[in-house]
Design a protein around this ligand. Sequence first.
Ligand SMILES: [Zn+2]
Length: 508
Amino acid sequence: MGEKYFALYRKYRPRKFCDVVGQENIIKTLVNQIKLNRISHAYLFCGTRGTGKTSVAKIFAMALNCFENKKNNLAEPCFNCTSCQDILNKKDMNVIEIDAASNNGVDNIREIRDEVKYPPVNAKYKIYIIDEVHMLSSGAFNALLKTLEEPPEHVIFILATTEPQKIPVTIISRCQRFDFKRIKKDKMFAAIKKYMAEEKINIDDDAVNYVIYLSDGAMRDALSILDQVIAFYFDEKIDLKKVIEITGAADDSFCCEFLNCFCEKNLNKILEMINKIVFGGKEISQFVYNLVLFLRDKLVLINSNGDGEILSLWEERLINLNKCNLDFDMQMDLLKMFLELLSELKYAIDEKIALEAKCIKFLFEKKNVDGFEKKEPEKKILNKENVKPEEKNNRENDIVDKKKLDDVLKKMIFNADGLLKEILIGAKIINVKENIIYIKAENESKKKLLDERKDKVKNLLENEIDLMNLDLKFVCEKKNNSEQKNFFDEKEFDAKIKKINMDVKIED
Ligand SMILES: [Zn+2]
């Protein structure tokens, strides 16, 4: 690669205030402070990664010590004076950058405390930039607080963090706080198009939009994705397909087709498509993440007013979102399921099996909820049309086929959940007599449990046959007292159910 080596994120890291993308209000305030010479002794820069905190801190530090800019009532560093030159040539002693992630102890901060007493060398200020400041230990925070309480005139602290909530209030209250926002999509788009034109790289708008979408408002992330794509497709035109290829994502039509399988309840196709993902060398977790984003976009598309900032999508995504047939409930359920899976995948031994199991379970449960078992025509055993008014009180005659009774019970077991399923497995519908359906429980304790759940059992039964004015009774064979110790333990049952749960999950 040699000279052709790209590192866009280094190359396009802003060096001047005017190069910073987004954060206009922050820049304006800092620029004015320099021009008016109203400098605070401590700043706190907060915001998500890649939004420019450290870059702005460096520009600000350079500008503060620049000898030329203030003469001309400018804020931008001149890059020519001795201070600017020293910083550019890494010979400067006055701007000190500390990464709190690796220097988080009391001693590190005490060192600073001892150092700050000495004045800067050939410059106005000694400036400490402490990155990831939330990583400091509480002892270190205390030491820092002492310094912030009575700072020497010539010292300025710039603290940067992605997690301001982890910083003690006593520290925050002594700083001027600036919150760096995620960069707006149109701003990122314009900046990336400009960089790409400078690099003479031919890239289409859909590809740029997709990169912005993946980077979630962080310019650094967007540029490092582009670095990868450009390194691979050097001298070629870059389109959406190539970005998708490099980032290991599944394309939109594949996601759409996969999700539509859930409408069609087509398990075979779902499993086939999962195979395709794996044999295509793609990551299951990346695929699941793509599905989450796709579902999120679908929900937002339907329920928002189409605000460009919330939903700025590329054409192929829009086409496929419209082709996706999921109804609202299904979208919500699937989104919930894939989000759960995404966190479970971190601990899964086999991501493919985890995804398969989750999909099978989902369809299986949907089958119950939708009740398309219930829609089967043969479900009614008691034929209403055959029941004449005078026969109403003697309807047990309609139920003749014992085999049908077994089928009814099977369906009830299928539809029951949890403990009730287990109890019903040992039960039997034994008779219909004097308008009462008798269900025999396996033993006395299970009969008791059935009695307690009579309404639930009735509901299950009602799904299969028309109960009309039939009632339900549970019986069991009376046995010797000694045999009754076969007590049914609910806790034991729960433990058992957990074991056979289809989720592939490893506790950490
Ligand atoms: Zn200068």
